[in-house]
Write a protein that binds this ligand. Structure first.
Ligand SMILES: *[C@@H]1O[C@H](CO)[C@@H](O)[C@H](O)[C@H]1NC(C)=O
Ligand SMILES: *[C@@H]1O[C@H](CO)[C@@H](O)[C@H](O)[C@H]1NC(C)=O
Length: 303
């Protein structure tokens, strides 16, 4: 979202660069790869660009790559709506594999839809290795509703909402509308499982791909941030890998109550037992957090 970090950059201006032992003398930093959310792009100074700067201040010497999908900012933004997600993921995989800075491994932090896309990178592309994965307001089980999206009154948004409500699982919509690729309709579970090109695949709904399970479990930590007053993600439980129970659209279940976990189809139960799953919650609407909160809760995972 364009609003992403705007608020916290303004409210918590550049101050308080805490003093700490100079890390750059040994440069023991782990590179960071970030993937922006819907309606946003790699480099907006008020969102991802600002985020990158802030992290570079906090961790001197760190290499931060904020992904651009396409060859400029406009393409990057439109691709977040209209480019096949599986193709985006494979583009990113080749980009990461070519980047000499990432050879020794990297941490990854995805914002909103960028979070589930980065999880696909972890599952499909083990080299270079992802170390810690942070999902900031990501929709790990997809969405069933689009209550708000950037440019509420815009054509794009109305069009997307309409397409999702009527024909999310048709071939044409699946291939060309990003949000359809993580649309999860609990009333049409069979359609979802069969036709969801992206989410049903990475969430092992059709088959258990042992490679996905193995690759994900090589993560050191899998951190999920949920926004307690989120008005964009529906249901918000998806940010902690929960979702609506199948067959109805009211009651939700947690990750731990799901079949995915009980049958451990993705290795999440094993990771949970190993203490690798971290569930964080914060007050605030979608992607709204303060620099103070970020520094206290997420920064430690990036050091
Ligand atoms: C620290 O090391 C990383 C990884 O080799 C490199 O990308 C980065 O430029 C280095 N930073 C400094 C300040 O030397
Ligand atoms: C499992 O995932 C790997 C990595 O993406 C892929 O190469 C392979 O084709 C997948 N297997 C199945 C059965 O989908």
């Amino acid at each position: 979202m364009t609003l992403v970090v705007l608020w916290f950059l303004l409210v918590a201006p550049m101050m308080l660069v805490a003093s700490r032992p100079a890390q750059d003398s040994i440069n023991g930093t782990v590179p960071l790869v970030m993937w922006h959310g819907m309606g946003d792009n790699c480099c907006n100074p008020l969102s991802m660009g600002g985020m990158k700067k802030m992290i570079e201040q906090e961790i001197p010497g760190i290499y931060v790559l904020s992904l651009m999908i396409g060859s400029n900012i406009v393409q990057d933004t439109t691709n977040g709506f209209f480019m096949n997600v599986n193709e985006q993921v494979s583009l990113v995989c080749s980009q990461l594999a070519r980047d000499p800075h990432l050879k020794g491994g990297y941490n990854a932090m995805g914002f909103s839809q960028g979070a589930q896309f980065l999880r696909a990178v972890a599952q499909r592309c083990p080299s270079p290795p992802m170390k810690t994965y942070i999902s900031v307001g990501g929709q790990q089980q997809g969405v069933y509703g689009l209550p708000r999206c950037p440019g509420e009154s815009s054509h794009i948004c109305d069009m997307i909402r309409k397409a999702l409500n009527t024909e999310a699982y048709t071939d044409v919509v699946q291939k060309h509308l990003v949000q359809a690729q993580y649309w999860h309709d609990p009333l049409n579970d069979d359609l979802y499982k069969k036709h969801s090109l992206f989410l049903a695949d990475i969430n092992q709904e059709r088959v258990v791909n042992e490679t996905y399970k193995k690759n994900l479990q090589t993560l050191d930590k899998f951190v999920m941030v949920k926004f307690l007053h989120d008005t964009v993600v529906d249901p918000v439980d998806s940010e902690w890998f929960g979702f609506l129970k199948t067959g109805q659209a009211k009651e939700t279940e947690t990750l731990q109550e799901s079949i995915l976990y009980k049958e451990d189809r993705l290795g999440l139960a094993a990771m949970d037992k190993a203490g690798k799953l971290i569930f964080l919650a914060t007050e605030g609407d979608h992607l709204q957090f303060t620099r103070e909160w970020f520094n206290a809760n997420l920064l430690p995972y990036l050091r």
